[in-house]
Design a protein around this ligand. Structure first.
Ligand code: ASP
Ligand code: MG
Length: 211
């Protein structure tokens, strides 16, 4: 048995079919006897759409309200993945940043995580329930929803993995194949010839080994 954090990006949760693929992948890990927490991004394109709406509403918008709007993308995908897992017979629930809580500083729109209380998530994982955690968001010292900078859900995943004392954090990112390492970081990354069929089956491009 291992405790895993699996992180899925926007392309992996872009529609219900892909969310079902993600859920099937999570189910395989659960069936293998692992404790699993999942961190999700918003559906691909959703955050851009929400940012554009804020700008359309006012070019000088309140950063706290911007966070209230843009954090909603991950709220939707975390709930949808929990529903989908439940429909497959897997015990699961969603967690918003404020519910753990994931505490950040006060820099709305570009907040930094300060601490995460993993206690309740660990309790539930130990009881066999998958925790589906909304990435990219937390709660600021003002008690209001905060978001990390754009692309921040990878940071959420790594921070959650540390907080729940995970054995492994696998970040599934949309790339055009399976690479030996992250091709965006390491120019010499090599694409492997043989690729699994669907996105959710691809191996993570990055593994953070935490222990
Ligand atoms: N949904 C957020 C963004 O598009 C966070 C993320 O996906 O990492 O920036
Ligand atoms: Mg991303």
């Amino acid at each position: 048995m291992a405790r895993l954090v699996m992180k899925f990006g926007g392309t992996s949760v872009a529609d219900l079919d892909r969310i079902r693929n993600v859920a099937a992948h999570v189910k395989r890990e659960v069936d293998a006897g692992h404790q699993v927490a999942v961190v999700v991004s918003a559906m691909a394109g959703k955050t851009n759409e929400l940012v554009a709406l804020c700008r359309g509403a006012s070019s000088l918008h309140d950063a706290r309200e911007y966070d209230a709007v843009v954090a909603s993308g991950e709220q939707v995908t975390s709930g949808l993945l929990a529903i989908t897992l439940q429909a497959m017979g897997i015990d699961a629930r969603s967690w918003q940043g404020w519910q753990l809580p994931i505490v950040t500083d006060s820099a709305h729109g570009a907040a930094r995580i300060q601490s995460i209380d993993g206690t309740r998530v660990i309790e539930q994982m130990e009881a066999g329930r998958v925790a589906v955690i909304a990435g990219f968001q937390g709660i600021g010292p003002d008690g209001r929803v905060s978001t990390l900078g754009r692309g921040g859900s990878d940071t959420s995943a790594v921070a959650v993995a540390a907080a729940v004392k995970a054995d492994r954090c696998d970040i599934y990112t949309d790339v055009d194949g399976v690479y030996t390492t992250d091709p965006r970081v390491v120019p010499k990354a090599r694409r492997l010839d043989k690729q699994p069929q669907d996105h959710a089956e691809r191996r993570p491009v990055r593994n953070a080994h935490l222990r």
